[in-house]
Design a protein around this ligand. Sequence first.
Ligand code: NIG
Ligand code: FE
Length: 425
Amino acid sequence: MTRSKVDLLFHSAAQLVTCASGGRPKRGDSMRDVGIIEDGAVAVADGKIVEVGSSVELSAKYTPKMMIDASGKVICPGFVDPHTHVVYAGNRINEFELRIKGASYMDIMAAGGGIVSTMEATRAASVDELVADTRPRLDAMLRLGTTTLEIKSGYGLDVDSELRMLEAVALLDSSHPCDLIPTFMGAHAVPPEYKNRSFEYVEVVIREMIPRAAAWYRHSHFYDQNTPFFIDVFCEQNAFNVEESRRILEAGRAHGMNLKAHVDEFTNLGGVKMALELGAVSVDHLDVTGAEEIYLLAESGTTAVVIPAVNFNLGSTHFADARAMIDAGVALALTTDMNPGSAPCPSMPFVMALACRYQKLLPSETLNACTINAACAIGMEKQVGSLESGKQADMLLLNVPDYRYLAYQFGDNLVEQVIKRGKIL
Ligand code: NIG
Ligand code: FE
């Protein structure tokens, strides 16, 4: 038998963890199956996975240009972080201290701080400054194993500043190893110039921002390479009510955007039902979602994205009921929500650690939630999120023999090597 040539062959992994799902989200019992191949190997060519299997089998089949011995180590998919606000200027360390002294996130937001304070810093920044501020954060995320992430606008809150944020995402995508998925979130907060006239701001979002954002996307490289584009809205008290959120999402959909919504973070306004009716790809936060809505989510094709890093960062002991969601059959994903206010957290493994301890998920469930299900939450399940032939070779080499260390041993970085599109970084 002649052997096929490949670029890379990783072999002898203590565990090759595939998270394979056949391009669908994992639900229920399958969340506990991470697809382990012991003494595993993976063959890579042209940035893609050619085959995964046992070391014996693949060594006999392929002649690699380079062999990498993964003895005693784990190979798993690169993490997919499906909800971030990582492009911003400034920081919110002062608010962190105010919260320590007793103020709540919602108090700070009602007093004109929070998202609006980051808006002020972001409006003052040029595209180049936003790129320069964000790049080291992406570097940190990549070192911690994140190879694909979604990034929202939403700290500009006027047409030009929102477009500058989207442009920063495009420039970073073209110059950083991470793959970035853009989301327009002009409806993240009502900017101060529209205080008490939020209905007017909603009109600006619908009539000016959405058409401009849609046009920006069509002229961007994201459109050329078929990267999906999303619209998101913060459906919450003091942000956008259900009817406003519905109108904004419908307008985005009419312009070809895929839908996401921040719902039930602090207040249950009924956002889950609204987002499901519109066919949202994901609904995010879900901290105060009720049992009936969990049932509706389980029946839907929408991915539920929960964010324990926000609860933790806000000093709360209340977490989204991710256990009930998985048990009901919801397609559940995890995210950092990386942002300067509610979650200055770049680490998916830290999120896994939180979800195990406070949401009673097993390490297996958290890994699927950070890989294949997270890919489903951003419409990228055909390209990334699992180690299956034909997919991008986005993989991590962990310097431990069991993937469960990712969630068990927290505060460390177990990622020894990141492989992005078949390149060892
Ligand atoms: O997902 N909830 C709204 N948006 C972000 C917070 C952004 C911020 O605080 O700057 C979130 O938690
Ligand atoms: Fe968010």
